[in-house]
Design a protein around this ligand. Structure first.
Ligand code: GLC
Length: 491
């Protein structure tokens, strides 16, 4: 195999010997559709760099490149007690973080609350009330009977938001399948504060942040080589530190050109105009059937929310194709239901250690009521590998683009999210792709680190949010009021 990137895991060779011609042909077709070779990765990266620039310009582009008003890296000596609220896709997490006097040390207590599925497509008031209830419960549990001054809170709101100030954020659009009326185009901070005020919860919002910015800052807290923060999870995105002088759309504010400003790229929106990404017919269906067609083109090819759905769409398409004989005579009603398979289903397939793929066979039987043959299992495994590999390889284009834009020859990238942490081979496949894109010479020893390494991040939406709140309080005290709407909240 030439140019297919990382090979199958060495533990399993697979046997295509008994795969009939029609399935073999389909496997070949899928390999062609989903394989992104080094030349394509380079072309995608080149276009990515220009789109990052465009997003910073006055005219703007598809990638929002949102200034976040997080204006420095931590020193490791930040101190104080902060609350952090993380409104993720699946859970809502509330943390109390004490940044201690010891360098880069902290204590944390936290509670998780399940985010009811219906809230994601429900009503805005219900969302804010639910969030306020969780915060109230947290305070009652951990500070019952105490007389509290208002606690500073960092709110990790991981959706694209225009921030004229750090304590402000106009939701540009919902992503990751959220679709709640009455929030897009609005500043979410007053909505959130109103729900808190109604309950008398003693909290003041100090900073509204994105999970990627939190990841960048939390990672830099313990490792000063960290220059980029990424999330590869339900959604996919990155943040990095820019110089204000390189952000033409902020020129009117006359900020010192060498002053840092974290940029939340919102790179999920890369190539919304479909100029370069190698989209398959399945990617087109994902987009068309999503709540926001035309948005998040890059994210829809690589993020955890979509991987299982791409896989499902391919299998249904093959079954419905009369020329291809797959799951013949079986009832595939369960497989026909949209979004029934999440990326953990693909992870399990890729992790099946057995030569005869017996775990995959059981999965199909138990979850979907489909009895599979050995050739079908071979196709299933190959398809999962192709989808997982494409996701990892395309993700690296974004990382390479930021590194090229900033001229970083060596650095660390802090990454978090379910796909990065749990999807088999994601890290190794991403590293191989980065090497291909950036043309690194062969390693002298396998143990040598890559010049740019994507490493597991520190807790961005907890510790990162607390650190950003601390950094903001500190700079306001020092007189830097840039991007602060309510200085009275910083006393
Ligand atoms: C989506 C959101 C973005 C977030 C990412 C990872 O792309 O728009 O804000 O950072 O998911 O959670």
């Amino acid at each position: 195999m030439v140019g297919l990137g990382p090979r199958k895991p060495p533990s399993r060779k697979g046997s295509m010997a008994d795969v009939p011609r029609d399935l073999m042909q389909e496997i070949k077709r899928l390999e062609e559709l989903f394989t992104v070779d080094a030349a394509k990765l380079k072309a995608v990266t080149k276009h990515f760099v220009s789109e990052l620039e465009k997003g910073l310009s006055v005219e703007g582009g598809s990638i929002p490149m949102n200034p976040t008003w997080c204006m420095s890296f931590p020193t490791g000596y930040e101190t104080g007690t902060f609350l952090a609220l993380d409104m993720g896709g699946t859970n809502l997490r509330v943390c109390e973080i004490i940044l201690t006097d010891e360098k880069s040390e902290f204590d944390i207590i936290q509670s998780k609350y399940r985010m009811p599925e219906e809230l994601k497509t429900g009503d805005a008031d219900e969302l804010w009330e639910y969030i306020a209830d969780c915060l109230q419960q947290f305070i009652e549990t951990h500070h019952s009977g105490e007389k509290l001054d208002k606690l500073p809170l960092g709110f990790t709101f991981s959706y694209p938001a225009t921030q004229d100030y750090i304590d402000h954020g106009i939701l540009q659009r919902w992503t990751k399948g959220f679709d709640i009326d009455g929030v897009e185009g609005q500043n979410v901070v007053p909505m959130f504060e109103a729900a808190l005020a109604k309950r008398g919860v003693p909290i003041k919002l100090t900073a509204l942040i994105n999970d990627t910015t939190g990841t960048l800052i939390a990672s830099a807290y313990t490792d000063t080589a960290m220059k980029i923060g990424c999330i590869f999870g339900t959604g996919c995105n990155a943040a990095y530190m820019e110089d204000c002088g390189s952000i033409p759309k902020l020129a009117h504010m006359n900020l010192p050109p060498d002053m840092p400003m974290a940029i939340n790229c919102e790179w999920g929106a890369f190539d919304n105009e479909h100029k370069i990404l190698p989209r398959t017919p399945y990617d087109i269906i994902i987009d068309k059937d999503s709540p926001r067609p035309g948005q998040q083109a890059f994210e829809k090819m690589i993020a955890g929310l979509y991987l299982g759905e791409i896989f499902r769409l391919v299998l249904v398409d093959l079954h419905d194709n009369k020329e291809v004989h797959i799951f013949e005579g079986q009832n595939i009603d369960k497989l026909r239901k949209g979004y029934t398979l999440d990326s953990s289903f693909l992870s399990l397939i890729e992790e099946d250690p057995f030569e005869n793929l017996s775990e995959t066979k059981d999965l199909f039987q138990n979850k979907l009521g489909i009895t599979t043959t050995h050739p079908e299992l071979e196709l299933i495994r190959r398809l999962a590998e192709l989808i997982g590999t494409r996701a990892a390889r395309l993700s690296s284009c974004g990382v390479a683009a930021i590194a090229l834009k900033k001229g970083y020859k060596t650095c660390h990238v802090g990454a978090d999210g379910s796909v990065f942490n749990k999807y088999p081979h994601f890290k190794a496949r991403g590293a191989v792709a980065l090497r291909e894109i950036l043309d690194w010479p062969a390693k002298k020893s396998p143990r040598d680190p890559d010049p740019i390494e994507i490493l597991p991040a520190e807790d961005g939406s907890g510790v990162g949010a607390a650190l950003i709140a601390a950094l903001t309080l500190k700079r306001v005290k020092e007189g830097n009021l840039a991007g602060i709407q309510h200085p009275e909240n910083f006393k």
